[in-house]
Design a protein around this ligand. Structure first.
Ligand code: HAM
Length: 439
């Protein structure tokens, strides 16, 4: 039975207090991105399969092996988004991206990849990402990276490294491919089976192989920047100069290619070496790209990145916390007898409008049982209404920190709480007539 209640491998239920850590991370992202002029976009979680096959590239691992693809009732092929960029580009193109239109957007939400689950590798994971389209300047790439580093700092991520490289453009590709093949072909026997196939099909993919025995061979591949034409080298030099002038620290990684095919020019990855991440040290990645659209419209060029929320939390040491039974409550309203319970509900509603976090008893239970609940949820104050309190138009207010108690007139309760728990800002809309109440 219990196995059937567990979430599927590579997916999780996320509980408080961890949810609050997610919200904090999302808030840090919103604050930093807004300062750079980025606005939020929310695109569908599933799209026509073509959006990803064309956008990400049919030679990529993600498209070939990891997509959750299914047919809808009309037989149309749909896919759960494995990443954010392709869908966001479709959405921006749908709005019309003519010459001179500049858009900067950010997004956060679940992505789906059928990978083998491991520490930091999920089948449903969450990304916080950004995309900037309409400017092809190397300064745009540098600013995007500066913003990523600022976000990681605001999110409290310790000791990360920014790895930087360039893939050049489509014009450079035949020359790089030929040089790469010439260098790696003589060592074919030392490569894994997949990489031997990649030698003929897509030699770039070899550089992204994670099989340990392939690593010494990959280390001898020629550095990509040296194989590029002058224009691509100049673009990369300018990115590096801009990063230097913004004091953004980076490490050149001349064989970094990234696993998605839409990249050209700048590519980067941020790694963090903490034990909780296991082998999944990449907490964010991105670069400059040209994303092909379904239906064959002009490819959309831009620059962006995505960070993995689960990995950011693991890097901070926040993952895997025990579930809290109830949210943090300040005030517990206990009630005795049907009239006491009903009055308690009304009092709780008033106190919530005044801005307090309140839980009211809803069942006829002994005062002892109700006090046990108040203790368990960590309420600071308990307000009790039985027959005699109701008759006096008052509540018995109990301070849980020193067990002192006193009778408080009903209309004095907010002030009594403010003096003990602290004042609160009233709830938004407080003071307006409630829905359905007579005007
Ligand atoms: P990506 O490198 O595939 O790039 O993913 C970005 C980040 O998502 C990774 O660095 C990692 O933190 C997280 N991530 C990826 N797969 C998983 C997984 N299975 N489990 C947990 N976390 C994962 C992209 O997705 C590009 N769209 C980034 C981009 C935006 N490039 C340009 N703009």
């Amino acid at each position: 039975m219990s196995g059937q209640l567990e979430p599927l491998p590579g997916t999780s239920d996320i509980w408080e207090p961890e949810v609050s850590q997610w919200v904090q991370l999302e808030r840090a992202a919103r604050e930093v991105f807004a300062r750079y002029g980025y606005g939020e976009v929310r695109t569908p979680v599933f799209e026509r399969t073509e959006v990803f096959v064309r956008g990400i590239g049919d030679q990529t691992e993600v498209v070939q092996k990891e997509m959750y693809t299914f047919a809808d009732r009309g037989g149309r092929s749909l896919t759960l988004r494995p990443e954010g960029t392709a869908g966001v580009m479709r959405a921006l193109a749908n709005q019309g991206l003519g010459d001179g239109v500049e858009r900067r957007v950010f997004y956060m939400g679940p992505m789906f990849r059928g990978e083998r689950p491991a520490a930091g590798r999920r089948r449903q994971f969450h990304q916080i990402g950004v995309e900037a389209v309409g400017r092809s300047s190397p300064l745009m790439d540098a600013e995007c990276l500066a913003m990523l580093v600022e976000f990681l700092r605001a999110a409290g991520i310790p000791g990360h490294r920014l790895l930087l490289n360039t893939r050049g453009t489509a014009e450079d590709r035949p020359r790089v491919t030929a040089a790469m093949r010439a260098a790696l072909e003589p060592r074919r026997d030392e490569l894994c089976e997949d990489c031997r196939r990649r030698l003929a099909e897509n030699v770039w993919r070899i550089l992204d192989c994670k099989v340990p025995s392939c690593q010494p061979v990959i280390a001898t591949a020629p550095p990509i920047p040296e194989l590029l034409g002058e224009a691509s080298q100049a673009f990369f030099r300018r990115v590096c100069e801009a990063l230097d002038s913004l004091s953004v620290a980076y490490v050149r990684e001349p064989r970094l290619v990234r696993g998605l095919d839409y990249y050209e020019h700048t590519v980067f990855e941020v790694t963090c070496e903490v034990a909780s991440l296991g082998a999944q040290t990449a907490i964010a990645g991105g670069g400059r790209y040209r994303v092909a659209l379904p239906g064959g419209g002009d490819a959309v060029a831009g620059v962006g990145f995505a960070a993995g929320v689960e990995r950011l939390l693991l890097a901070r040491g926040w993952g895997e916390q025990p579930a809290a039974a109830l949210g943090p409550v300040e005030v517990y309203v206990a009630g005795l007898g049907p009239a006491g319970l009903m009055a308690g509900m009304r009092l709780a509603a008033v106190l919530r409008q005044a801005g307090y976090r309140v839980l009211a008893e809803v069942e006829e239970r002994s005062l002892k049982a109700q006090m046990r609940t108040a203790n368990r949820i960590g309420a600071k104050m308990v307000l009790i209404q039985g027959e005699s309190e109701l008759a006096a138009g008052a509540v018995l207010g109990k301070n849980m920190s020193d067990s002192s108690q006193e009778l408080v007139a009903l209309d004095a309760v907010p002030a009594w709480l403010a003096a003990r728990v602290g004042p609160r800002a009233p709830a938004a809309g407080a003071g307006l007539p409630a829905a359905g109440s007579p005007v």
